[in-house]
Design a protein around this ligand. Sequence first.
Ligand SMILES: NC(=O)c1ccc[n+]([C@@H]2O[C@H](COP(=O)([O-])OP(=O)(O)OC[C@H]3O[C@@H](n4cnc5c(N)ncnc54)[C@H](O)[C@@H]3O)[C@@H](O)[C@H]2O)c1
Length: 491
Amino acid sequence: MTKTAAIIGGGVIGGGWAARFLLNGWDVQIFDPDPEAQRKIGEVLNNARRSMPGLSDVALPTAGQLRFCDSLSDAVVGVDWIQESVPERLEVKQKVYQKLQEYCPEDAIIGSSTSGFKPSELQAGASRPEQVLVTHPFNPVYLMPLVEIVPTANNSPTLVARAKDTLKSIGMFPLHVRKEIDAHIADRFLEAVWREALWLVKDGVATTEEIDQAIRMGFGIRWAQMGLFDTYRVAGGEAGMKHFMEQFGPALQWPWTKLMDVPEFTDELASLIADQSDAQSGHLSIRDMERLRDDNLVSIMRALKSRNFASGMVLNAHDAKLSDSAGMVRHMDDITDLSMPIITVRRAVPVDWLDYNGHMTESRYLQAFADATDRLMEIVGCDMNYIATGGSFFTAETHIRHIDETHLGSVIEINTRVLMAQGKKMHLWHEMYAGESLLATGEHMLVHVSLKTRRPAPFSPQIDANLRLICEAHSDLKIPNGMGRYVGQPR
Ligand SMILES: NC(=O)c1ccc[n+]([C@@H]2O[C@H](COP(=O)([O-])OP(=O)(O)OC[C@H]3O[C@@H](n4cnc5c(N)ncnc54)[C@H](O)[C@@H]3O)[C@@H](O)[C@H]2O)c1
């Protein structure tokens, strides 16, 4: 059954949560008294619809229904999850809990997006404190996996486990914060960096742009994949972390940083920073910058997916769940009608698949068709276990025809037919569609090989039997238009 989330406060963060829940198939009910709320959330949703499907190598589920509510009570009746993202003022948040707990289910989880308040402070304003905990996300919520989950002893372990499961089910990485403190883990850390940046600008050591370059060109890239401690461990060399600590520990006594000292936040400092920031990026609109940020984030995380590391590992785990729940065929037993082409790929086109012409670049067609071939191989029994025994397929020949343009975010589906499978050869035909439109075809000849000799070798009896079954069933289909064409042949 479709689950429902209530989003209370639909600003930057509430809008991001709405997008994350909606695009993962949840229905969403929003309450925000701002008359501009629908327009603002619409902008966030447009950004999310453009970028978020591209994080995944599997199509996202059908999006849920979005409903704007006129009252808080209307928004929370019968929901499974409530995400509070009202402004960062304790008395406002506490008032919201008192009101919503009059109407919401007693077993609904109430997560707060608060950047700084401790969960015990939030619970102090609630009639059922056990329902309330901190679930602190990062902007843009629809792309960033991290959510800090901060409970208190009032929250049962069952509720905390349920909260983590829910967050994982929408593709997030819940990080359990063991002790409640102001600003949790990440914002405490970011505050330290921010403080130092303010000093550097105030003292005229660096401009806002130079500080951003110091991050972008250096430690920012390292942090995205290994974080802080693993990066320093590697820096310690063979002698390891202890050596690193001994080497750099004394530096903490030097006046490298101003540490807890905070520069006075005067109008002069605010203007200095604002002017430098205008000079740095004032030529771009905020919408342009959001898209730039989103495209970069998607591209970086997709790179980490191929390494199955850090945020890439979270995305891969989410893809596996999406693939299972979308009912994609993985085994012969999953095929319901053998006589029909098999759907081997269903996914959205991500931003890093585009070229300078503003559509999908040609190498990605081959990638998509190769993914379709890999899935067909898995279905007939040539999976990773089989490959480990020394048998596999090599591609001998490929012919791709580009029929129509393929655009960012389009959900493409590849239907695969086995045209011939005999002895050592497998002849495949892939058709790529967006809805009813045929976008491309891929014709491929593969040879079964021994990975020991690197020479052609017969299929295993199991693969042979499965391929025969599919091939015979597919032989009743019409010969595909374009099969066997050579390059340049008139249509
Ligand atoms: N901006 C960030 O980068 C960021 C990151 C993580 C967490 N947060 C936290 O998320 C929360 C929201 O921050 P934001 O940046 O989205 O703020 P925001 O000002 O963009 O949005 C707050 C929204 O809440 C609405 N609102 C005000 N009172 C309300 C009420 N009583 N009921 C329902 N809606 C109400 C406002 O109209 C506004 O649209 C804060 O607690 C903040 O600390 C912010």
